[in-house]
Design a protein around this ligand. Sequence first.
Ligand SMILES: Nc1nc2c(c(=O)[nH]1)N[C@H]1C(S)=C(S)[C@@H](COP(=O)(O)OP(=O)(O)OC[C@H]3O[C@@H](n4cnc5c(=O)[nH]c(N)nc54)[C@H](O)[C@@H]3O)O[C@H]1N2
Ligand SMILES: Nc1nc2c(c(=O)[nH]1)N[C@H]1C(S)=C(S)[C@@H](COP(=O)(O)OP(=O)(O)OC[C@H]3O[C@@H](n4cnc5c(=O)[nH]c(N)nc54)[C@H](O)[C@@H]3O)O[C@H]1N2
Ligand code: SF4
Ligand SMILES: [Mo]
Length: 730
Amino acid sequence: MPASEATVHRICPFCEACCGLELKVADGRVTAIRGHDADVLSAGYMCPKGVALRDLHDDPDRLRRPLIRRGGQFVEAGWDEAFAEIDRRLPPLIGAHGRNAVATVLGNPTAHKAGLLLYGARLGRALGSQNVFSASTLDQMPRQLAAGLMYGHWLSIPVPDIDRSDYLLVIGANPLASNGSMWTVPDFRGRARALQARGGRLVVVDPRRTETADVADRHLFIRPGGDVFFLLGLVHALFDEDLVRLGRAGACVAGLDQVRPAVAGFAPEAVAARCGIAAADIRGLARELAAAPRAAVYGRIGTCTQEYGTLANWAIDLLNVLTGRLDEEGGIMFPKAPAFAANTAGAPGSGCGVTTGRRRSRVSGAPEVFGEFPLTCLAEEIETPGDGQVRALIAIAANPVLSAPNGARLAAALDRLDFMVSLDIYLNETSRHADVILPGLSPLEDIHYDVPFPQLACRNYARFSEATLPRDPDRPAEWETLLRLAAIVEGRGAGIDVHAYDDELFNAELGRLAGDRAAAIADAVAPRRGPERLIDLALRQGPYGLTLDAVRKAPGGIDLGPLSPRLPEVLRTPSGMVELAPPPLLADLARAAADLGRPAPDLVIIGRRHVRSNNSWMHNLPVLAKGPFRCTAMVHPADAGRLGLTDGGRARIARADRAIEVMVEVSDAMMPGVVSLPHGWGHDLPGIRLGLAAQRPGANLNALLDEDLRDPLSGNAVLGGVEVTMQPLG
Ligand SMILES: Nc1nc2c(c(=O)[nH]1)N[C@H]1C(S)=C(S)[C@@H](COP(=O)(O)OP(=O)(O)OC[C@H]3O[C@@H](n4cnc5c(=O)[nH]c(N)nc54)[C@H](O)[C@@H]3O)O[C@H]1N2
Ligand SMILES: Nc1nc2c(c(=O)[nH]1)N[C@H]1C(S)=C(S)[C@@H](COP(=O)(O)OP(=O)(O)OC[C@H]3O[C@@H](n4cnc5c(=O)[nH]c(N)nc54)[C@H](O)[C@@H]3O)O[C@H]1N2
Ligand code: SF4
Ligand SMILES: [Mo]
């Protein structure tokens, strides 16, 4: 061991598992990365992506200085020059066309970086544009809306208490690849194994026999997009077979009487063909679920990115409530986060609930949901002239040209903008359209705090990571960049003293939040700046009264215990009850009922995730990119035979007038009639700087999808279950 070697710990920022890592650092370099055994949440677990922190830090393609477009070419620029360029171009545009002319789009890493999340919100407030878009409407908005309507807040989302459960039904999720989502559950495999060792059962419902299905006790294929029918069939069976038992939560539940008649048309026998699961299997599962001592139903992206996403997610929670699992050990429970959770703030037990549609998008009239419009509305808002047209864009850690449907149309729209800024660490498919690209730090140079994820974790915890490596003092952290942008859009100029500005905003917030205690808290947190100060404040105001110092001193974090019952205190519905029958959801049932007879197309496409990839941006890291090519189109042998496709051969997948070329992988893990292709690939577009990724670019699934296919309630994009054709290429 070199004399200078140090051991440090930090949280992995790449996915929702939020693993605690142990790093060896010598001579300013990370020499080894492993799971941190003493981490209170992940206890030594990590996946291969954690190791890639080092590759990301070293990646020669990762941007370290701003890029400005000059005469059609990107040139490296100093920070002052980059901000001056933005200051020169953005405020006049706002002056001439108003604030809504500037849109923001927030991408997935925003949720994982405290600086981006906390200061992205500040930029949003400073800008005051209605045109806010994010990856949430390609992802979990249906989950948030269903939970919001039932429990009263967008982030009051109960998660399976897996460590004490005996039965887990997983639908439309593959935590063995994704490591869990809207559920922070590092080492899902280990926890599932423990559940099985207790005599429990894991059941997976998925159109592919996934890695998770492979370790399950039972797997059932489901027709893509058939979830709402299957789930309502289960709900129906619970009523029909007199299996409804609300248990303790019953005292807090409203609307039960309305649910039974609402699902009357969805008997297992009526939904079987539509979901591809036999009525007898649905009834059997309903009985099994009802009989298990402690059970939970969990659904994720497969249940969200479809036409009935909100209804499907409501049905998942209905199953949990109707079988008495809500707020029970081993059922689904509400985490209690040490900071930032709206459901630990304000008066407990009731609140204003959630509403949607406070405004409508200009072109399609899509309702606002959780302060956003559907990301699939962005292109039309740029293309369509008139009052309120989007003329400028600030993209924050977002790559919608690959991650959203019909990226080609969006790319063309981005080229028509008067001005675009990307906060991004790569020159990639989306940032190539920007006029200015502002890179952030390497995660190793940044602090880390999980802002949203303790609200979704299988155990309560508090952890904080220091920066592992020093940063070049000339390079701003992302919160500083976002503050400078906020000052620019407020007309206060790029030359603002960002730290004084930070103080100003902080003091204003403190005055509002802490009332009389403001002065004392201000003193206590005084030495800190930026996100650290906000985290300290939030911890102090949180339900455990922690301080950042206390969290910082605990190397593996502070264990705040297993999930504990929170009803009715957690609720923020106006009625103070769990709303089982929110009117917008009951109204939407007619749409599903009218669709019961839709026949199965010959072939539909769905997505897939792999543990060595992460959405659209980790294909440039050597440790992850090595090994077999992963952007393959998996098809069942029967489909391969019928269509003349061969394993390892090439094929064309088409939908309407658009097509992509893919490599075929024949696999009996697929449901017949379904082809599976991962998203986030297609790194063959001109003008990107992703040397390694471009060597094996893969194909972009989203090129086949349409912007106007959405779940009308949540605005979420439909990213799977759409009909395609496939033919071999010579
Ligand atoms: N067909 C299909 N499409 C999908 C999905 C699917 O399942 N199927 N999944 C959807 C889901 S769930 C999501 S969340 C979206 C994700 O889509 P996006 O929100 O677009 O996110 P990513 O693809 O992860 O791209 C992240 C961007 O942030 C940049 N970046 C990475 N780290 C940092 C950082 O520290 N700072 C900054 N400033 N930038 C950074 C990357 O270079 C990249 O440009 O994709 C969606 N698209
Ligand atoms: N390694 C890795 N981890 C990730 C990511 C990544 O890209 N790579 N992305 C992160 C992000 S942004 C997110 S949102 C999460 C997502 O986390 P998960 O939801 O666990 O994501 P997937 O692995 O895509 O699992 C979705 C499953 O739904 C299935 N499916 C597709 N269509 C349907 C359908 O209509 N009905 C049903 N029942 N199932 C269907 C797919 O076959 C797939 O197995 O993962 C996160 N973690
Ligand atoms: S599962 Fe992998 S990517 Fe996710 S937090 Fe853990 S180490 Fe990082
Ligand atoms: Mo996501």
